[in-house]
Design a protein around this ligand. Sequence first.
Ligand SMILES: NC(=O)c1ccc[n+]([C@@H]2O[C@H](COP(=O)([O-])OP(=O)(O)OC[C@H]3O[C@@H](n4cnc5c(N)ncnc54)[C@H](O)[C@@H]3O)[C@@H](O)[C@H]2O)c1
Length: 262
Amino acid sequence: MTDTTRFEGYGVLVTGAARGIGAATARRFAVEGARVLVTDIDVPAAEKTAASLREQGLTAHAFGCDVGDRHAVEAAVGHAVDAFGSLDVLVNNACHCTPDAPLFEDEPDDEWARDLDITLTGAYRCCRAALPHLAASGRGAIVNVGSVNGLNDFGNHAYSAAKAGLGSLTRTLAGHAAARGVRVNLVAPGTVRTAAWEGREDDLVKASELYPLGRVGEPEDIAAAILFLASREASWITGVTLPVDGGITAVDSGFRRFRRNA
Ligand SMILES: NC(=O)c1ccc[n+]([C@@H]2O[C@H](COP(=O)([O-])OP(=O)(O)OC[C@H]3O[C@@H](n4cnc5c(N)ncnc54)[C@H](O)[C@@H]3O)[C@@H](O)[C@H]2O)c1
């Protein structure tokens, strides 16, 4: 059952929140009482998402923010603090994923660098700007959105390296920020049905068969885990990576099938 007061009085900033997992996370925070800054590089889409929340009587503002731009990130953090009076939770959700080059050796430097810059350095920029405000909050929390790609080989090498780096950033920042009362954790989703998979319904059906729990994830599955890690119930949890992945990183489905057939 949804607790509409769990995040009452919280100011929350979500990056890449115009659609998909970011939008579901922004919605769930707002439903649970938070004031939410829906930030995204796609400003009209962010405005539409924030407006749909306000239509339900919830508190949400939209703000254009490319996490690749230090000044835009600082402006977004400043806007959240000015508009809400505090910044209590930062969700680093924006990412960039260049599809694998046909040959590993063919990937241009600038494509590799773009995945790292948006997915990893973008989160770092947001943490750097938000940390003093999260420390002032007294209940500050950062939740990074990683991926099973950061834990195991699922292809997309630059994106995967960036997501693995985000796991490391989560741990080192958790150590750095703990004394200031700020917790830092990471969720690592498996395949989630979002617009990122548009036009690839067949792939989602095939992927479902690989998941021990028999389905791919929905954005709300990831939002629920993010809210838990941001909440008081997780007040003694910091520096962890939580796979939210239908069991795919824990259970070797191929080996299980082999044993049944052996
Ligand atoms: N969908 C999946 O299968 C899946 C699996 C594992 C992890 N994830 C992770 O979950 C997060 C969200 O994924 P999704 O599927 O909802 O993505 P999505 O592509 O549906 O949405 C991403 C949003 O980020 C925004 N964005 C892109 N570049 C940006 C930038 N430079 N600055 C700010 N915003 C930017 C886009 O405009 C978009 O609104 C990502 O970090 C992704 O890596 C997704």
